[in-house]
Design a protein around this ligand. Structure first.
Ligand code: 5U1
Length: 721
């Protein structure tokens, strides 16, 4: 728990406001160089050092300026998502998909201009369109596109995105040479409505998903969903943790105080203007001429697409000259002077070699297409899910068919169609099995479900393997060394049948496990022994797993619909596994976030005699110690029990230090405030508590003594050693 008690920063020597402002301005300048100019001027460590000094000054002073980069951590105040009426509508764009349509578009523009048209050609980012309003250079509102006329207020969340400046700046001479200086802003606009895209870069998305997976949390299907989900968080502290970024691409409105100031008269110039104010614009924007310019931009960007660190789904082609744009005007939905020329989805044709039927941990049967390996969307695909029997029927797919594999970004590949013209009569029907392909047990389908399940339960060796593989996962009991191949060998040799058997394994027995190395060595029928060294490590890891906290154990059991988050909620509400095993449907569904379906699966799981016996053995023979508590810091944001609740600490606490109590509460999602109001959720009152306690009592607010507070922490598995 030591990370919860991080020591306070030392008091800085210089606490003057001048020094404070200098730090903010320097850090913001460094951030602009990094995000806007793509040209860092100091190493990360230097930025971090100054940032920490700034944090320390804010801790030891009253200073907290609106443009301080520390403001980007978000706060617990719920983002309202209140409706925002856009003064100037956020238009969508017309789409075109092929060269013929491109020629048509260029012809229309040519008719309007009479001579070869100059375009500002831009990548079409696959993220979320937003509008940012700056008044006198200060970000005052951020809103989603919504229906184009009314969006949602996401200001608190947008402020956590480091690429979005909190304040605008006129670029100084030391940096202005890095942009097209002739378009640089001479003054801060009085009012600026800038439009752009929020998106999650591919590397950030990948890292985020890998970490979420390791923690047993929800993963995002693609960077776009990740960006949308992150921007629509109620708690901006969660958005602050997500690797989002921003590119500006259009000015909705811009007013200057001084009449002599004006905007550049081209789209390209306006983007440079935005850049000079500190707003990042995309690095691949180009001015091109005529149909040949459009074609070569589209082609070269298409070729770059796989190597970019963000998803794009096409190009946006805009008439560059603003006067011509104004002449052409808008239809009801979109500008006439711009078009989105979309890339085709990443698709490839290949052969369906076979369909296997896989048995999942809960017995679910999934048809899996075995494909002739094909390169699409940046990776080679050789397997692809066919989901269920309905999907097989929908596609009318046969073994030997030529199929189209589609993959966009990091989305799981799909078979989007069958090329029936390529059939030659040799194709074979795909027959959905009537019994489990692994154990021969009957298959059944629950009402309203599309999936068939094996009824063999843990008699089915595949389900045995999957249950064990799940139990040892990192987010579950975290037993390193027990990969799929080893678990399969243990089960097929009948060395073990279930998770309880793991704990009675000896080093001697395990070392003699025969491993099939067919794939390892690419030689059919080759085997090897596991050996003493590996066996020793695995046994030590199994031994360590006796100390895991209750929530991980609950998750490790593999109950349907009980993921890592639900398991944490259950562990927070039931102190022992016995209590959970006795819980009624009513008791379970009375818990926030536990629905009827999960409750039914929990009850069914514990009703099963076999499961009860295994748990009994784990507790008595294997002696699992499930009392150890999970670190609160690992609790996922959305399950923190005091999220959005405000606590006040008052009086003298004797067991806990005030800072510790504050950190613990914050770890549970609470905000700790210095004064009592109607909005206070609870007050923790130590000895000699004075007026705050009186006020809490007058307002009828819950008051905890220190002992009660410690008991309360205990309910969330926090014990004080
Ligand atoms: N790059 C870029 N994307 N995008 C989307 N520019 C751009 N412009 C848009 C939209 C909807 O709209 C303006 C042309 C109004």
């Amino acid at each position: 728990m030591s990370d919860l008690f991080a020591s306070l920063a030392q008091q800085p020597d210089d606490l003057s406001y001048e020094h404070y402002r200098e730090l903010i301005d320097t850090l913001n300048r460094y951030a602009r160089a990094y995000y806007v100019l793509d040209n860092p001027i100091v190493p990360d460590v230097e930025y971090d050092r100054l940032y920490r000094e700034l944090e320390a000054i804010e801790l030891y002073s009253e200073f907290k300026d609106a443009d301080s980069p520390t403001r980007r951590v978000g706060d617990a105040i719920n983002t309202s998502f209140a409706p925002v009426a856009h003064k100037v509508p956020l238009m969508s764009l017309g789409d075109i998909f092929d060269d013929e349509e491109l020629v048509d578009f260029n012809k229309r523009m040519l008719e309007a201009t009479g001579s070869e048209v100059e375009y500002c050609a831009e990548p079409k980012l696959d993220g979320l369109a937003i509008s940012l309003i700056y008044e006198k250079g200060v970000l005052v509102k951020a809103a989603t596109r919504g229906d184009g006329t009314t969006g949602e207020d996401i200001t608190a969340n947008a402020k956590t995105i480091k690429a979005i400046p909190l304040t605008l700046h006129v670029m100084k001479d030391d940096m202005v040479h890095m942009i097209d200086a002739s378009f640089a802003a001479q003054s801060i606009p009085d009012y600026l409505d800038v439009r752009g895209e929020v998106f999650m870069p591919r590397d950030g998305f990948k890292k985020w998903n890998e970490e979420a997976k390791a923690k047993g949390q929800k993963v995002f299907a693609n960077p776009r969903n990740a960006a949308a989900g992150s921007l629509r968080q109620q708690d901006s502290r969660i958005t602050a943790l997500r690797p989002l970024t921003f590119n500006a691409y259009y000015i909705g409105q811009c007013d200057f105080e001084n009449d002599s100031d004006h905007l550049p008269d081209s789209q390209y110039g306006r983007l440079q203007f935005l850049k000079s104010l500190g707003l990042p614009v995309n690095e691949h924007i180009k001015v091109v001429k005529g149909i040949s310019g459009l074609r070569s931009f589209y082609e070269s960007l298409g070729a770059l697409r796989p190597s970019l660190n963000y998803d794009i789904d096409g190009t946006v082609l805009k008439v560059n000259d603003i006067a011509t744009q104004e002449e052409l005007g808008f239809t009801a939905k979109a500008p006439r002077w711009a078009i989105a020329y979309k890339f085709p989805p990443e698709e490839a044709m290949t052969k369906l070699l076979n369909v296997d039927f896989q048995v999942g941990r809960t017995g679910k049967i999934t048809p899996v297409a075995r494909l002739q390996p094909v390169y699409v969307g940046g990776t080679t695909i050789s397997n692809c899910t066919l989901h269920n029997e309905e999907e097989l029927k929908r596609l009318d797919i046969k073994v030997g068919d030529t199929v189209i594999v589609r993959r966009a970004g990091d989305v799981i590949p799909q078979i989007s169609g069958v090329v029936k013209e390529k059939r030659d009569g040799s194709e074979q029907e795909v027959v959905f099995p009537k019994v489990c392909p692994e154990c021969g047990s009957a298959l059944e389908r629950e009402d309203g479900e599309v999936a068939y399940r094996c009824t063999g339960g843990l008699v089915c060796p595949k389900q045995q393997c999957q249950a064990i593989e799940h139990y040892v996962e990192r987010a579950a009991m975290d037993i390193d060394g027990l990969g799929e191949r080893i678990v399969e060998a243990m089960v097929s040799s009948q060395m073990i049948h279930n998770i309880a058997d793991l704990y009675s394994l000896s080093e001697e027995t395990l070392s003699k496990l025969i491993i099939d190395t067919t794939n390892e060595k690419e030689e059919e029928g080759k085997v090897r022994l596991l050996g003493k060294v590996v066996a020793k490590k695995i046994i030590a890891n199994i031994d360590k797993s006796r100390q895991r906290p209750l929530n991980r154990f609950i998750y490790a059991l593999g109950i349907r619909d009980v993921g890592a988050t639900t398991a944490k909620i259950l562990a927070a509400n039931f102190k022992t596994i016995d209590e959970l095993m006795q819980a009624s449907f009513e008791k379970l569904t009375s818990i926030n976030n536990i629905g009827g379906v999960a409750a039914t699966h929990i009850i069914d799981f514990f009703k099963e005699e076999h499961n009860r016996t295994v748990i009994e053995r784990l507790l008595t023979e294997a002696k699992l110690d499930l009392q150890a508590c999970e670190q609160v810091s690992e609790m996922s944001e959305d399950t923190k029990p005091f999220l959005g609740k405000t606590f006040v600490l008052t009086g003298t606490l004797s067991t806990l230090k005030r800072d510790q109590a504050k950190e613990l509460l914050e770890g549970l999602g609470a905000k700790v405030s210095g004064s009592v109001s109607k909005k206070t959720y609870a007050v923790v009152a130590g000895t000699e508590a004075g007026s705050k306690l009186t006020k809490a009592q007058e307002l009828g607010i819950q008051v905890y003594s220190e002992a009660e507070f410690i008991e309360l922490l205990g309910q969330y598995n926090i014990t004080l050693s």
